[in-house]
Design a protein around this ligand. Sequence first.
Ligand code: HDE
Length: 706
Amino acid sequence: MPTRVSKDCELADFELSKGGANHQKPKGKDDIMTTAQGAPVADDQNWLKAGARGPSLLEDHIAREKIFHFDHERIPERVVHARGYGVHGTFELTDPVPELTCAAPLTGAKGKKTPAFVRFSTVAGNKGSPDLARDVRGFAVKLYTEEGNWDIVGNNIPVFFIQDAIKFPDLIHSAKAAPDRGFPQAQTAHDNFWDFVSLSPESMNMIMWIMSDRTIPRSLRFMEGFGVHTFRLINAEGEVKFVKFHWKPRLGMQSVVWNEALKINGMDPDFHRRDMWDSIDAGDFPQWDLGLQVFDEEFAEKFEFDVLDATKIIPEEQVPIRIVGTLTLDANVENFFAETEQVAFCTSNVVPGIDFSEDPLLQGRNFSYLDTQLKRLGGPNFTHIPINAPKCPVRHFQQDGHMAMQNPKGRVNYEPNSWGSGEGAEADRGPRACPMNGFSSAPVAVSGEKVRVRSETFADHYSQARQFYISQNLVEQTHMANALTFELSKVQRMDIRKRMIGHLRHIDEGLAQEVCDGIGLPKLPDKVPAAREPITDLPESPALSILRNGPGTFKGRKLGIYVAEGADAKIVSQLKDAATEAGAMVEIIAPHIAGAKLSDGSMLEADEKIDGGPSVVYDAVAVVMSEASASRYSTDKPSTDFVNDAFAHAKFIGYVPEVEALFDNAGVWSRRDDGMIDLSGSQGAKGFIEKCADLRFWDREEVKQD
Ligand code: HDE
């Protein structure tokens, strides 16, 4: 017979029944397990049976409830952006703009704070897909303002694939796993995607962006965010301006290289979420500045492209960005499901002072997001879930529905009504709409025939794609050509590959030729007919490049120090100090998780064992060990990979001369360059960390010639 919990709960914590099931005891009365209905449970380990070896009884309501609930733990994952990671924070107003908008978080005193929740995501992969898939990143911000929730449901890329919402299901079907085979997962490197985009020339600008390093960010903390669409701002006088929203990371932008991304996916599929969790846990809070790009009808009229076309940007050089506030992410979620999984963003969540534009993509989104929340969260009361509930008073006559949590009291559930005074004085009459302070739309004049067409002002598909490409430096352009070559090499149909190169020729003949050579085509395919001849003299926009705008700091980055028995204690400690001083994190890697005994006899504990701490998860690495240890690990594959990968991924490498045997076997000793720093030399640990501020030593990479 299983042991029963005694009334005074003083039995030992670990007690085996005769059958071997462990019965742990509650610590006290408040610790006693109950069913969801609150009834105390005596045994949570054994189903009620007819005899110890007999059949299980359906009568066991306790087991039935436990299994029933488990069976329903999942809600449908998001049809796109399924893989995501949420973080809490605060938006602080640094430059109030009442002349532009009456939106609560953007007006009021300097320093005004608005609580925020941000969910970062990938687009194509399922919930369990790896973080470093080449993909656009979602950057969805919920601001809990005093006038309701304002959601800026953006991406880390300022343009989109398509111009009209009706094409979205096709785009997503083509990008996600093929319906017959259920793969490939979380990647666009396959026939269906390239077939679709090569037949949708409007995607070409976005294609340039997704083939750049923006789709393999080093960290969620090192990405920009964009509202993408043009929105409107309305001030207290009712004056209206157009606006685009930008989030600028204080830590600067940074990406990994493709080969590194592939390896990170294997070594740590949770790389991005772990990085975010760890930084916030360590009190290293990432920040973004919110920038407004404000313009008027007059600018919209004269701009080369249509400001309602979400496949176009407005270069910062043309309309400067005004920074108005700072978002600081400072708290990890307490429960992933309750917060990250259940958060429901809707582009239609705007507050007084913000309004939509007629961008056809945005208009479609405003319709779509409510639908998706209904399906995922199971009913219209998803605003009752704490993560979605506004933090300001909510008053209306909506009622009932699945899982209603905030239920009004009293008899009045309609308006107009005459309760609250006179004969009906005993009842609360409830709220009324307020024409003065309530949300009002910009009084934009609209007229037109009912037509199903694409505006001719949307017809230029290549000019900005070209502008993006020529704004990148040579390293970045090389990465783009390599990415296109990689993806098209995964496409099996030759006609799709050729059609894509036919588009690239409108963007840049040199790029088209490189990809053509890269996939081994003997001759350039014909150009695809263009709806409109591209403008070829748009100026470069340096702001579009990651590498031309390096942060010049190693802050927020991670140094991995590989140590083994006999490592020089002084150098290790200098490295740790210099990195910490620069605002970087340090992890110790050793052949054993227990750590390594250093030259001074002290034991240094390891954060990772070498095969669990490959160099791909660090921004820069240092290897410090004695000659004997270096020789011992010189034939150890994880050790040689550590060095070899760091070199191949253009990382800065600190070393001591004693590691020659290991570095030699890793194939890098004779190739030492200025990106490899002798820590025992004159530059020392401090010099090494200073160099790391350049993030990568790009001279090591083979780039195309200008
Ligand atoms: Fe979304 N999108 N989307 N999207 N989107 C969703 O809503 C949709 C688009 C974006 O972290 C869904 O709650 C349509 C552009 C983000 O929870 C769904 C169209 C941009 C997130 C949906 C677009 C985005 C979503 C799926 C074409 C960048 C994740 C789950 C008109 C500006 C939010 C959900 C989160 C999520 C529909 C296009 C960004 C199905 C119909 C353009 C960041 O409603």
